[in-house]
Write a protein that binds this ligand. Structure first.
Ligand code: BGC
Length: 415
């Protein structure tokens, strides 16, 4: 592969989320869901990042990253409706200041799947008309405290994932399977929440604040043996996964965070993601780097705002595929920037191994491995490759030569 240099000022970073790393978030609906025995593993102390956040930021700085993403935990900040915990706010203020002190830009996500137990009058979480207003008030308070120290704000992370797990599969809180109508109503309330929060951030921080959201976009395309209806299935899947929610709020977006993990090969009435010979992650997810190029290009074309890749990564405990995975996804991303797509940065998911929701602690996504018994962090070999790319703002020629996926597949970078 020739030398691939990214545009000047391109941001290299890593992402995290509060519930998955902090530990002890006992006021949230996820915690209650775990206590009720609805998932096999509990988050417990997680990576203890609420206490060890300095170590995390030091790791990110050691890698030479230019941007670091956190989320703030609503249930900690507002343990009861209208009562804000000043110590929790001061904690997050220290964290965002710490990010800047280490020379990185800060990205703050206000909602990453977890809700205070009292939301929706303690019964209905996002199925209550009070919920968007509660989110607005919380956003305003967070903005007042953290505002001057935050470079990028995201209101909501992956409304699509939340609705599909919470209201279709039912394996996440509130644990309601097959509630399709309710799921669509949740989308409405989440969209309203985004709009109110967007206005609150602008009102508090001024018109130059950068407010967006982050959304996962699997690349829907016809399966190899897709059949005649595969195109229809693709259009449906693209609509429900990529566009349905973002279309509702796209007039209030300064930037969009695109998150990409795998593609969705479509056949009539089904996804053919179990089929085919592609390399796979430890979780069995398909590794199809080309998809990142398509979803980023489509998002930028449709929404006409700058894009950041705010999550991309894989579960790979042995760190056997991560370097190849990163290089190949970046090579496709570079093709998009070469074509003039306005991509401002790439944030690997995740800095650390963490609590992977209903899968528990098994999947290992981290640039740094975490030994959960002691919470010690150790950078994996692939992290130094990523650090080199970040420092040089390029994939130097020959980097990753000889690296193959675990099934023997060679590079999947564009030819
Ligand atoms: C979520 C993360 C999650 C990651 C890997 C994303 O959809 O935002 O919370 O850990 O995917 O599953």
């Amino acid at each position: 592969m020739p030398d691939l240099t990214f545009p000047d000022g391109f941001l290299w970073g890593a992402s995290t989320s509060a519930y998955q790393i902090e530990g002890g978030n006992a006021g949230s609906d996820w915690w209650a869901f775990e206590q009720a025995g609805r998932v096999s593993e509990k988050a417990g102390a997680a990576c203890d990042s609420y206490n060890r956040w300095r170590e995390d930021l030091d790791l990110a700085a050691e890698l030479g990253l230019g941007i670091f993403r956190i989320s703030v935990e609503w249930s900690r900040i507002e343990p009861e409706p209208g009562r804000y915990d000043e110590a929790a706010l001061a904690h997050y203020l220290d964290v965002v200041k710490g990010i800047r002190e280490r020379g990185m830009q800060s990205m703050v996500v206000l909602w990453h799947f977890t809700n205070p137990l009292w939301l929706g009058r303690g019964r209905a979480t996002w199925l209550d008309e009070s919920s968007p207003h509660a989110f607005e008030a919380y956003t305003r308070r967070v903005a007042e405290v953290l505002g001057p120290h935050v470079d990028w704000w995201a209101t909501l992370n992956e409304a699509n994932t939340y609705v599909s797990h919470g209201w279709l599969h039912g394996d996440w809180p509130p644990g309601k399977p097959f509630r399709i109508r309710a799921g669509f109503r949740v989308y409405e309330y989440l969209a309203r929440a985004h709009r109110l929060a967007y206005a609150a951030l602008k009102d508090t921080l001024g018109p130059d604040s950068r407010v967006g959201l982050t959304h996962v976009m699997p690349w829907a395309h016809p399966a190899e043996k897709g059949g005649v209806l595969s195109g229809t299935m693709c259009r449906y899947w693209r609509w429900i996964m990529e566009h349905h929610f973002v279309d509702k709020v796209c007039d209030q977006l300064d930037w969009l965070g695109v998150q990409y993990y795998y593609d969705s090969p479509c056949q009539a009435f089904r996804l053919a993601d179990e089929d085919g010979c592609v390399p796979r992650t430890d979780m069995g997810w398909r590794i199809v780097p080309e998809g990142l190029y398509h979803v980023v290009r489509e998002a930028a074309r449709r929404y006409r705002v700058p894009v950041l890749v705010t999550e991309n990564g894989l579960a790979d405990a042995a760190d056997a595929q991560r370097a190849r995975f990163i290089i190949d996804h970046l090579a496709w991303l570079k093709r998009a920037t070469d074509e003039g797509v306005d991509v401002r940065g790439y944030l690997y998911w995740s800095l650390l191994d963490n609590f992977e929701w209903a899968y528990g602690f098994g999947p290992r996504f981290g640039l740094a491995g975490v030994e959960y018994a002691t919470c010690s962090r150790t950078l994996r070999p692939s992290a130094s490759l990523y650090a080199r790319i970040a420092r040089e703002n390029r994939i130097p020629e020959g980097l990753g030569e000889g690296l193959v996926y675990s099934d023997g597949t060679p590079s999947l970078a564009p030819c």
